[in-house]
Design a protein. Structure first.
Length: 286
């Protein structure tokens, strides 16, 4: 049995070596690489074995946080020595040094996965910790640090999924201000639009998006409704129109799209989905 396991590990090592993006990696660096980019059952098995060897329990709740590192001029940091110095500093501030995960993930990106001792994170506490960490890095080194927080991960496959939830939220983060934090959970619609095939979106949302293209005033009203959490008075104030005008336009949406976003939660979600798809995925002026 031991011989069989040894042969399996050897086979997996060869398989991983062929696909690894970096040669001669340490076990920990290789673990980071495989954890987020495992693409086959053998890679997943090898990642689990590496985690066991490193004493990392992959069944624990973690959040995947990406730290985007730029120099003071706003350009992606390319100095590998400085990036590893940043990682060493992060390690000294980790609350659960044996179970928190941190490493370099491609150019100018550091991944940090804090472990939750309970079944959930306190968002306020986590945000304060990340802001303090970003401030420490920015004050210690000549860098600008922004942080994006992905979804929960409690399984090997979920780390890659959480990582893929982050690009959608990064699009919302246009500021280079050091210490800025943005959460994927605040932009779940953007994430859904990333993972659902465009052909499926066009099939179910195409008619509604076409209607918005042909009726820019309705689109403007929908945009204001979404931004103001479907509040009629705030929407009317933003659009500088009477509330009855907003109600009239909402009735148009009800009639044409058969959606009632003010009184049906499911319709409200559909309206937000339609608006977000029209805004971010058609790449057209509406």
């Amino acid at each position: 049995m031991v011989d069989s396991l040894a042969k399996m590990v050897g086979s997996l090592q060869k398989d991983v070596d062929k696909s690894s993006r970096y040669a001669f990696q340490s076990d920990y660096a290789l673990f980071i690489d495989q954890l987020f980019y495992a693409s086959s059952a053998s890679h997943i098995t090898y990642t689990s074995l590496l985690a066991t060897k490193l004493g990392i329990d992959l069944s624990l709740n973690r959040l995947v946080c990406l730290l985007y590192i730029k120099d003071r001029e706003g350009m992606p940091l390319a100095d590998s020595r400085l990036l590893y110095a940043l990682i060493r500093t992060i390690r000294t501030r980790m609350t659960n040094k044996n179970q928190d995960i941190v490493g370099l993930l491609g150019t100018s990106r550091i991944v940090y996965c804090p472990y939750a001792e309970t079944d959930f994170f306190s968002r306020e506490k986590l945000e304060n910790q990340l802001q303090a960490l970003a401030a420490t890095l920015a004050n210690t080194y000549p860098v600008i640090v922004s942080v994006s927080v992905g979804l929960y991960a409690q399984h090997v496959l979920e780390y890659g999924q959480s990582l893929r939830s982050i690009p959608a939220v990064v699009q919302q983060n246009t500021s280079n201000k050091s210490g800025s934090i943005i959460f994927a959970e605040d932009h779940l619609v953007d994430y859904l639009l990333q993972i659902i095939p465009k052909s499926v979106l066009d099939h179910f949302l195409g008619y509604a998006v076409h209607y918005l293209q042909e009726n820019p005033v309705v689109y403007e009203t929908l945009q204001a409704l979404v931004c103001n959490d479907m509040d009629i008075y705030s929407t009317a104030t933003q659009l500088q129109v009477h509330r009855n005008t907003v109600i009239f336009r909402i009735n148009q949406i009800k009639e044409v799209l058969s959606l009632n976003p003010l009184h049906q939660d499911s319709d409200r979600f559909k309206v937000i989905l339609i608006y977000t798809y029209a805004r971010t995925h058609l790449n057209k002026e509406i």
